[in-house]
Design a protein around this ligand. Structure first.
Ligand SMILES: NC(=O)c1ccc[n+]([C@@H]2O[C@H](COP(=O)([O-])OP(=O)(O)OC[C@H]3O[C@@H](n4cnc5c(N)ncnc54)[C@H](OP(=O)(O)O)[C@@H]3O)[C@@H](O)[C@H]2O)c1
Length: 333
């Protein structure tokens, strides 16, 4: 067996992630103890949340500690096992870190069937991002047939699934994304009813043109000016799922609050933040349904698979914040 290449957090960020925040090293491959197994990792899920995990301070999970292997959801193959539930050769996904080998006791690790879908699908539309879209839309927003559903970061891992599920539920799906190519992808390939390019001037008017009857459901992935503009066009008794606020993840000072906060009052909006693992007990239902839709050709998944291994981690992560990714971003080990 070779060595374990690791990316360990060396310092806290200020603004965008830089290489010097991490140390890269070849370490001894760890030995699994009793009740543990060793996974050889194949790919890392690169997620916007990673930027939050390296900040100091209180969040929904503790920050990655200085000197610790960078946290990541990843997929790989079990190569040694002292665990009754996992055997050599099992394909698994879970929080396994940005490294080439990981030891696990099985907590939060799931077996995946590579004959049913590829590892990148299990990290994307059939994994955490797909479940985020599924539960965030269906459980938090409770869309009704005919509702007008808007989603931001619409061409990405979560947003692309939100719009497609909205269509499956008989809603009008409108995506907000950056640039003409991402917008045509939404309407021409994923079947969204309309797409709005927020990089063009006149976002308010363009959104109004795409949603002349207002907005019933907003799946918030971005925040900032985009979130504020949607807020101003919500219909009475609309629902907003606050899933992410990516526009502010690299901010070096607190962003301005929404100017259109009043809309929550006058329109009696239901606004709820959520984290996907709030729905942990319902994951089997979500995985089954997403898999069935995908198999039936009703749900298209797109992964953006990058090369470069552990050492390419910082630059790959930053693609999420420049819009450089097209679909679910994963990095090959
Ligand atoms: N609550 C949860 O449990 C949970 C779970 C997973 C993800 N999330 C959140 O869901 C959101 C989407 O995540 P994802 O994994 O699906 O990523 P993604 O959409 O595949 O990639 C991120 C996209 O965000 C857009 N973006 C980046 N900076 C922006 C800015 N300043 N203004 C507008 N758009 C910007 C870019 O698309 P454009 O090119 O269109 O700008 C970029 O491609 C994130 O906010 C993430 O934190 C939440």
């Amino acid at each position: 067996m070779s060595t374990n290449r690791t990316a360990r957090l060396a310092a806290r960020p200020h603004g965008m992630v830089t290489r010097d925040l991490f140390t890269f090293a070849d370490e001894a491959v760890p030995e699994p103890g009793e009740g543990e197994f060793l996974v050889k990792l194949e790919m890392y899920s690169i997620d916007p949340a990673m930027r939050g995990w390296i900040n100091e301070g209180r969040s929904y999970v503790p920050p990655v500690g200085i000197g610790e292997v960078m946290r990541s959801i990843a997929g790989g193959i079990v190569v040694k096992s002292n665990h009754p539930g996992f055997a050599e050769g099992d394909a698994v996904t879970g929080i396994l870190g940005v490294q080439t080998y990981a030891v696990s006791d099985g907590l939060g690790v799931s077996k995946v069937d590579l004959s049913a879908a590829s590892m990148d699908d299990w990290l994307g539309g059939l994994g955490m991002p797909g479940l985020t879209a599924y539960f965030g839309l269906l459980e938090v927003c409770k869309p009704k047939e005919g509702d007008i559903v808007v989603v931001s970061a619409a061409s990405g891992a979560v947003g692309s699934i939100v719009g497609q599920i909205a269509k499956l539920k008989g809603c009008r799906a409108v995506g907000i994304a950056g640039g003409p190519e991402k917008c045509s992808y939404l309407t021409d390939e994923l079947g969204f009813d309309a797409a709005v390019d927020y990089k063009q001037d006149g976002l308010f008017k363009a959104l109004r043109a795409a949603c002349p009857d207002g907005i019933d459901v907003y799946f918030e992935n971005v925040g900032g000016e985009i979130g504020d503009t949607v807020l101003a066009q919500m219909n009475p008794f609309g629902r907003i799922a606050v899933c992410g606020l990516i526009s502010a993840y690299n901010a070096t000072q607190a962003p301005d609050g929404p100017k259109n906060f009043r809309s929550i009052l006058v329109n009696r909006l239901n606004v709820r933040g959520f984290i996907v693992f709030d729905f942990l007990s319902q994951y089997p239902e979500g995985i089954k349904q997403l898999g069935e839709w995908n198999k039936a050709g009703k749900l298209k998944l797109r992964q953006d698979v990058r090369e470069g291994g552990v050492d390419a981690y910082p630059e790959t992560l930053n693609l999420l914040f420049t819009g450089g990714n097209n679909g679910k971003l994963v990095l090959k080990a």
